[in-house]
Structures are given as C-alpha cells and as structure tokens.
Design a protein around this ligand. Structure first.
Ligand SMILES: Nc1ncnc2c1ncn2[C@@H]1O[C@H](COP(=O)(O)OP(=O)(O)OP(=O)(O)O)[C@@H](O)[C@H]1O
Ligand SMILES: [Mg+2]
Length: 288
C-alpha cells in the first residue's frame, strides 16, 4: 500500500487537468520523481505548492542555479567554519557532525513526516547535475563519509522536478522519472484559472480578455508568446484601468503587459493595423 493514500485533485487556487492529477498520483504511489515540463508560466512551480497544500505536507524548495551542484542538496561540510573555530572559537572542533549541514534533499530525507520536494528548474544546472542525483533519488539515501553516517529517507518524499527544456536531460535520469508535459491551457481551462485568481471578475471582461489573449498568442512569428502569468497581470491591469470590455479586442490596451519584446510588439501592431506598419490600430475586432 503506497504511503500516499490521499489523492491529489488540485487546490482552490490551482486547477489541475485530470491527466496532470493522474501523473501526480502515480508518481506519489510509485515513489518516483515527477518531471514536469511545459512552456513558461504553465504552472510548473505552482504545482508543487499545490500538491503540498492539497496533501497537507510540508514543501521543501530547492531552486536550481547554474552553479548548483548535486552535493549541495545532500549536505555541506563547512570546513571553513571548522577552521575558524579551531583558531578563534571555543567549540569542540573534533565533533565533525557539528559542521555537517544538510541540504534540501538531506532535510527531506530526515523529516519525520513525508514532505514534498520541489527541484525547480533542473535544466539551469550543468549536465552532470541530474546524473549526480540518480542514485540518491533512486534509493533515497546517501552517505556522509566524513562522519560515517548514512542518511536514509524515513518517508520517501514526493519529488517534483521542473524543467523549461533549456537542456535535454540524460536518458538514465528520464528513465527514473514519471514525465508530464503541461500543455498550454485551452480557453475553457484558462477561464477557470483566471477565475480562481480573480473570483469577482466581471464575466464580460473575462470573456473578452481571454479572446484577445488567444488572438495575441496566435500571431505568427512572436518571439515570446504571452503566458498564463502575463494574462493574469493583464486582467488585473484591465480591471484597475477601468477598461470597457467592449474595447479590449479592438484596442488591446496595456499590450506591454502581454508582450515583452520590442519585435513582438511591432508584429502585433502590424497585425492589428492590417499589416500596415506605423498605422494606429483601428477600432475593430481582429478575430471575428
Ligand atoms: N493550473 C493553474 N491554476 C492556477 N494558477 C495557475 C495555473 N497555471 C498557472 N497558474 C498561475 O500562473 C502563474 C505562473 O505559474 P508558475 O510560476 O507556476 O509557472 P511556471 O510554469 O513555473 O513558469 P516558469 O517556467 O516561468 O517558471 C502563477 O501565478 C500561477 O498561479
Ligand atoms: Mg517556475
């Protein structure tokens, strides 16, 4: 019987499609890391928060940077502090365990309760990083040669790993994970997502904003399509700006909230003005 009998179904502020729920539950039941890929802003990071909240478990976040090493997640032996103490302190420096600091995985393995671990943006690190974690993620255990101690997970954590696919991950690593690609939400799901963030939003404004948003995303040749997070910001800007919903599709107000690249801005303006550059957008709808 898996440790997790509770099923993940999303949370009040996170809409999880059924396939995503299934992937989470399978990964938890099998005790295998869940590797999440998807466009920026599709809720990869938030998923781990939602799993922790939904299953009422502590969340341990390990944000990966280009300089992060696998060892950092296990433990660090603070030799500098020990040297300092040996010269200037009155501590007993022979007790090496005082200088062993557990990393995020170390914390997760030693936790008295099962936790959720988010390894966020694994593709930021070098290629050795996932390879170096294979064994530890498999057996959920590691040794500390300095003290002779072995740290073994008391409860296999639920591990969520996100990647923006900047780098391909090694096959051996992929083989050990349950993989899920979060597809970009369709209009219906996007409405639900916006709704959980802004429950009081006027229906008409929501409908018009979503329609305009998907039109902008459909513009051919954009370098960076706007994502869910940009839509959420845009909806807020439209509300704060008191924009008449009828004018959203024709005027695309605050377009800079959706498009962040000069070139995309130009491409969108050209599309709006019937591909005649430098002409102001006409007051009409472009997707009907
Ligand atoms: N399914 C969803 N339900 C509720 N909110 C969502 C959902 N998907 C995305 N969001 C919202 O969109 C925003 C971006 O989500 P998040 O930061 O998790 O995306 P990400 O995939 O990790 O992006 P990045 O690749 O840039 O790190 C957040 O405000 C989040 O709440
Ligand atoms: Mg993220």
């Amino acid at each position: 019987m898996p440790e997790n009998c509770q099923l993940f179904v999303g949370t009040k502020d996170y809409i999880a499609a059924e396939e995503l729920q299934n992937s989470v539950n399978i990964s938890a039941a099998l005790g295998r890391p869940l590797l999440i890929k998807g466009e920026p802003g599709t809720g990869k990071t938030m998923l781990a928060r939602s799993i922790a909240e939904g299953l009422q478990k502590e969340l341990i976040v390990w944000n990966i940077k280009s300089t992060t090493k696998a060892q950092d997640g296990l433990y660090i032996y603070d030799t500098v502090q020990r040297l300092y103490d040996s010269q200037f302190g009155d501590h007993d420096v022979s007790e090496i365990s005082h200088y062993i600091k557990l990393g995020k995985l170390g914390e997760a393995f030693t936790s008295p309760e099962q936790v959720v671990v988010l390894i966020d943006e694994i593709d930021k690190a070098d290629l050795e990083f996932p390879n170096d974690l294979l064994w530890e993620l498999d057996v959920m255990s590691f040794n500390i040669p300095e003290t002779g101690e072995t740290i073994t997970a008391r409860h296999r954590p639920i591990v969520v790993i996100t990647s923006n696919a900047e780098k391909e991950l090694p096959d051996a690593f992929l083989r050990r994970c349950i993989f899920h690609y979060i597809s970009f939400p369709d209009e219906k799901m996007m409405k639900e997502i916006v709704h959980v963030h802004y429950p009081d939003l006027e229906d008409k404004l929501l409908a018009e904003a979503i329609k305009a948003f998907y039109w902008v995303r459909s513009i051919h040749g954009l370098q960076k399509k706007p994502s869910t997070s940009e839509l959420l910001d845009w909806v807020q800007a439209l509300t704060v700006g008191g924009i008449d919903p009828e004018k959203i599709s024709s005027e695309l107000p605050f377009l800079g909230v959706l498009l962040k690249k000069d070139r995309d801005f130009k491409v969108a303006s050209q599309q709006m003005s019937g591909r005649v550059p430098n002409r102001k957008a006409p007051m009409r709808s472009f997707w009907r």
